[in-house]
Unconditional design. Structure first.
Length: 95
């Protein structure tokens, strides 16, 4: 049962991280938000990103590329949280 729970949490965090990476890439290339896929990625990640609004500056510009920092902060938090959860679950396993 614990192995199943570990895999479920791992899969969920990988999906969330992939969505955040997709949002970061789409915002870097300045994708058209009228496109259905781009709109879906931005809308689905809004729930994850909203708590991190205001922690850092909204964006940074490097050589003409504008990078939104809020999704990057959310991605780093998600990576750290998934590592902590996986280590906690491993510590409770009997193997």
């Amino acid at each position: 049962m614990l192995r199943f729970l570990t895999r479920l949490i791992y899969t969920a965090t990988m999906i969330i991280e992939a969505d955040l990476i997709a949002r970061i890439v789409l915002s870097i290339i300045n994708a058209n938000t009228q496109n259905q896929f781009v709109y879906w990625v931005f809308k689905s990640t809004d729930v994850i990103i909203t708590p991190f609004n205001g922690i850092v500056a909204n964006s940074i510009e490097i050589n003409g590329l504008t990078i939104s920092l809020t999704p990057v902060v959310a991605l780093v938090f998600c990576i750290i949280a998934s590592f902590i959860f996986s280590e906690l679950l491993k510590s409770f396993s009997r193997e």
